[in-house]
Design a protein around this ligand. Structure first.
Ligand code: PMP
Length: 374
């Protein structure tokens, strides 16, 4: 992978540490994990759940995920054959692409996009085909998608709620995707790791809600995002049996299975639905605190609709490139963010920086003060 260097997340977090800056760059919480969840992991370790769990994951956890998928999205997944626990969302994406994309296959990706998609497609010999989101509101131009679909299109990879833009796909988007893929053998890989983080009453649109789409989709989720445990690297994939069979063939040799005591603990923790249904309200407060804190600044913003990221437009402040400005703000103002151009295939200068608001309220207020002084 000659063109791949160190990711911007590692670069900016390192710079933030060196500069003693507030780090709103990488997407991880700086607050404590629920003690009950930590206690559950301890309990399961002490109870002897320390050896390989089944390849597809702990049964109780798969059963609870199946219940959740039917109650939230009205879609039934068989816990035995259609749900697999993974070592986080990234592994799930890697395994899904490895299982389904072959030499010469095309994969349609929307840019800006999360950084692991394109390198993974290239690594397995596939060809990323990029469709750029609208430069103003980051919506999908479905006419453009139609134009790039070819007989080589193997997969369309979507992400909603969307990192880095904080937008969400609508039911109209889903219907367009359904129309475009109908009658084809295109598979959809739907990255929904932020499913529980949507704002202002917006409901997450999962492909699982659309039977025709659900039938051709693998959907990726991450407990890291939902339960503030990004370092535990545990997630899962759901999909129809035919696709899941292929996924598992690769999964068993890729990682074989995922962390045992954590899976058991997550299963107990998921029994209380409030633990995931309450996440939207929790982050809504944080998003509001951050937006209020930067209101008086010279940055412009459209409130994030989902994820724990907020884009700030600096066109009224500077005409520097976003990579330069992000570094300068970290060094001179002690606030770290992520330049959005790095999420593009061909860097696009939109004059926007991405800030993560999965932080203590106090951190957000201090960050707001700094941002208002820029
Ligand atoms: N997809 C998106 C859009 C993400 O933002 C992330 C994490 N930053 C992942 C997948 C990966 O999730 P995990 O940490 O569980 O590997």
């Amino acid at each position: 992978m000659p063109r791949v260097g160190t990711t911007i997340f590692t670069v900016m977090s390192k710079l933030a540490r060196e500069q003693n800056a507030i780090n709103l760059s990488q997407g991880f919480p700086d607050f404590k994990v629920d003690e009950r969840l930590v206690d559950l992991v301890h309990q399961h370790m002490r109870a002897g759940h320390n050896q390989y769990p089944p390849m597809q994951g702990v049964e109780k956890l798969r059963n609870l995920i199946s219940d959740k998928m039917s109650s939230l999205y009205n879609c039934n997944y068989d816990p035995h054959s259609e749900i697999t626990i993974t070592a986080g969302g990234t592994q799930a994406i890697f395994t899904a692409i490895s299982a389904l994309v072959h030499e010469g296959d095309e994969v349609i990706l929307f840019t800006p996009s999360y950084d692991c998609y394109a390198p993974t497609v290239e690594l397995v010999g596939g060809k990323p085909v990029y469709v750029q989101l609208d430069t103003k509101d980051y919506s999908i131009d479905w006419q453009q998608v139609k134009k790039v679909v070819s007989r080589h299109t193997r997969m369309i990879l979507i992400n909603t709620p969307h990192n880095p833009t904080g937008t969400v796909m609508t039911s109209e988007d889903m219907k367009e995707l359904e129309k475009i893929t109908s009658g084809s053998d295109i598979v959809v890989l739907s990255d929904e790791v932020y499913e529980h983080i949507t704002f202002d009453g917006i409901e997450h649109e999962s492909v699982a809600r659309y039977p025709e789409l659900a039938n051709r989709s693998l959907i990726v989720y991450s407990f890291g995002k939902t339960f503030h445990v990004t370092g535990w690297k545990t997630g899962y994939v759901v999909g129809p049996k035919a696709l899941m069979d292929e996924f598992r063939k690769v999964h068993q040799f890729n990682v074989f299975t995922a962390n045992s005591p954590i899976q058991h603990a997550l299963a107990d923790y998921m029994e209380d639905k409030e633990n995931y249904l309450g996440v939207a309200e929790f982050y809504q407060k944080k998003r509001n605190i951050f937006i209020d804190a930067v209101k008086a600044s010279r940055f412009k913003l459209k409130p994030s609709k989902g994820t724990y990221f907020q884009l700030l437009d600096y066109s009224a402040i500077s005409d520097e490139e976003d990579t330069e400005l992000a570094q300068r703000l970290t060094i001179e103002h002690k606030i770290a963010s992520i330049p959005v151009s790095v999420f593009y295939h061909n860097p696009v200068q939109n004059s926007v920086l991405r800030f993560c608001f999965a932080k203590e309220d106090d951190t957000l207020l201090r960050a707001g003060e700094i941002i208002c002084n820029i």
